[in-house]
Design a binder for this molecule. Structure first.
Ligand code: COA
Length: 329
């Protein structure tokens, strides 16, 4: 186990106030039921941004809370790494819009796009920059306005996702707490199982893309499920190995909140009992890049994380991408 370089000095989140319950889909003309959604996914409701809310505005609110909790001013931030699969614009990065909103004048700001693994990828990138000496204080954000990129005519996807943002300030470790191990991987051969085929440079936005609705999220649910379980279990093993720990040493597992059945399979594989697993998928749905960040904030704010605890983060997403970290708080 290496000596930790970076620790999470402050965590914040923001979720839009508008809540869409499973029962509300019927009134939107979507052929689904609360029973189907709860049984297959564990999701009961999700937060949905209004027209005025953007990734920039949501992540600014989350970031300001993280900064206050960490005692960090905007001018002290060296790097902003922002993960999102639903950027406010295709150009420039949402991270620079957040930088401007925060007034973080000396920061270098850029997006990472690793879908639901983005927040974990962001933490790993930021930690690496701190190890190299390129940064002392980093802001890592996961934010999504997925309601703007899901196909509200496709019941197999639109019931799954939600909006929100989470943020963490990373500072240099003192006293052995911080990131103990990291692991990340990708497999681009499986990209077409979960993607937005149209609207980018390969298939620029035009009448055909509009007609095919190919700028919205397309997913092969069953295949994604299978790979998600396999990758999340691999990732938990690798982060535990890296930290020279076992499931028994983990005080809290915070998995990506996509589906209750995937969460249960991941915990079972790592021999971590469900009492030590943080779950909020029932109240948020899948918020992709924001998922683990929001869960981390809720776990800490509710007292489930206390000093000295070993916390295992694990995520899986489109790409495919998967990642994990063990953090000592
Ligand atoms: C999406 C998911 C919940 C679907 O569950 P499933 O058991 O695999 O269901 P299927 O896709 O095989 O569909 C089964 C039936 O339910 C129907 N169905 C799909 N969505 C539905 C909905 N919202 N309401 C009611 N019925 C629905 C399908 O049309 C299908 O009907 P059919 O048998 O008559 O053809 C599940 O595959 C899953 O969670 N996959 C992983 C998704 C994920 O987490 N993605 C993000 C990864 S980061």
């Amino acid at each position: 186990m290496k000596r930790p370089t970076a620790y999470l000095a402050g965590i914040g989140k923001y979720a839009p106030t508008r809540i869409l319950k499973n029962a509300d889909f019927a009134a939107m003309g979507i052929d689904t039921t609360d029973e189907w959604i709860v049984q297959r996914t564990g999701i009961r409701e999700r937060h949905i941004a209004d027209a005025t809310e953007t990734n920039t505005s949501m992540s600014e609110r989350a970031a300001r809370i993280a900064m206050e909790r960490a005692g960090v001013q905007a001018g002290e931030i060296d790097v902003i790494v922002l993960g999102t699969a639903s950027p406010d614009r295709l150009l420039p990065a949402t991270a620079v819009e957040l930088q401007a909103a925060l007034g973080a004048k000396r920061a270098a700001a850029f997006d990472v796009m690793a879908a639901c693994s983005s927040f974990l990828y962001g933490l790993i990138v930021a930690e690496g920059l701190m190890q190299s000496g390129a940064a002392e204080t980093c802001l890592v954000v996961g934010t999504e306005k997925l309601s703007s990129i899901v196909d509200w005519k496709d019941r197999s996807t639109c019931v799954l996702f939600g909006d929100g943002a989470g943020a963490a300030i990373l500072k240099r470790s003192r006293g052995g707490r911080g990131i103990l191990s990291t692991f990340f991987r990708s497999d681009g051969t499986l990209a077409e199982l979960l993607w937005r085929p149209g609207g980018g440079a390969a298939l620029p936005f035009d009448e055909q893309v509009l007609q095919d609705r190919s700028f919205y999220i397309k997913m092969e649910g069953r295949e994604v499920f299978r790979h998600a379980v396999r990758s999340m279990t691999e990732a938990t093993d690798r982060a535990l190995d890296g930290a020279k720990l076992t499931g028994a040493d983990i005080d809290l597992l915070i998995p990506h909140q996509a589906n209750m059945r995937i969460i249960e399979a991941t915990a079972k594989h790592a021999a971590i009992p469900m009492e030590k697993v943080f779950v909020n998928v029932d109240r948020y749905g899948n918020t992709s890049s924001a998922s683990v960040a929001i869960a981390l904030e809720e776990a800490q704010a509710s007292g489930r994380i206390t000093d000295g605890m070993n916390v295992l983060l694990v995520a899986f997403g489109a790409g495919f991408t998967w990642a994990s970290l063990v953090i000592r708080f």
